[in-house]
Design a protein around this ligand. Structure first.
Ligand SMILES: CC(C)(COP(=O)(O)OP(=O)(O)OC[C@H]1O[C@@H](n2cnc3c(N)ncnc32)[C@H](O)[C@@H]1OP(=O)(O)O)[C@@H](O)C(=O)NCCC(=O)NCCS
Length: 154
């Protein structure tokens, strides 16, 4: 893939995004959840040069903290650095906007995601017992200090 672009998510993107959700999650988000994120201007998509959606990231902000509420890459594009690209984009954007901390929750068994987050500097700060229901699983809570973090673009 030669060129990539990250832009805000639009309602027209949602049908393609729901297909990716169903492909990658056992408990996919429904349309309304994406519409809410779009209305808050806190959802972004990564596209190929031919406007195919590679993946997306959604963020919730509160005062000086953000939480990554969703990040996913279409299965055929996984393991090629695109999840890292979306994370770097968000970290840099909210760092520039003066936010101080970035939180996320991740299934305890999602080793690939956890290792990516650790590589980006996130550390474990706790466990939410039984946070996920389909299937039941604990969530690992992770945090990144946006004031100390030096982001490198790849
Ligand atoms: C988790 C997820 C978003 C990660 O996205 P991704 O694009 O696959 O991740 P990346 O490619 O950036 O990084 C993952 C691995 O690929 C490796 N990688 C990074 N750049 C690479 C490149 N250019 N070529 C090959 N591998 C690369 C990374 O080193 C990393 O491996 P690691 O296990 O050694 O850390 C994606 O796998 C996904 O959508 N999973 C399903 C949904 C999900 O679990 N979301 C997270 C919920 S909390």
């Amino acid at each position: 893939m030669k060129h990539k672009m990250i832009r805000q998510m639009y309602r027209d993107d949602v049908p393609d995004i729901l297909a990716i959700e169903q492909e990658v999650y056992p408990d996919p988000w429904q349309q309304d959840m994406f519409h809410q994120e779009i209305d808050h201007n806190s959802a972004f998509v990564l596209l190929t040069s031919t406007s195919e959606i590679v993946g997306y990231i959604c963020v919730i902000h509160a005062v000086d903290e953000i939480m990554i509420s969703n990040i996913a890459i279409k299965r055929k594009y996984q393991n090629r650095g695109f999840g890292g690209l979306l994370l770097d984009f968000i970290i840099d954007l909210y760092k520039e906007r003066g936010f101080e901390k970035c939180f996320l929750e991740v299934r305890k068994s999602n080793f690939r995601a956890i290792s990516l987050y650790q590589k980006k500097g996130f550390t474990n700060i706790g466990l939410r017992k039984g946070y996920y229901t389909t299937p039941p699983e604990d969530a690992l809570v992770m945090v990144l200090d946006l004031k100390d973090n030096q982001v490198k673009f790849i």
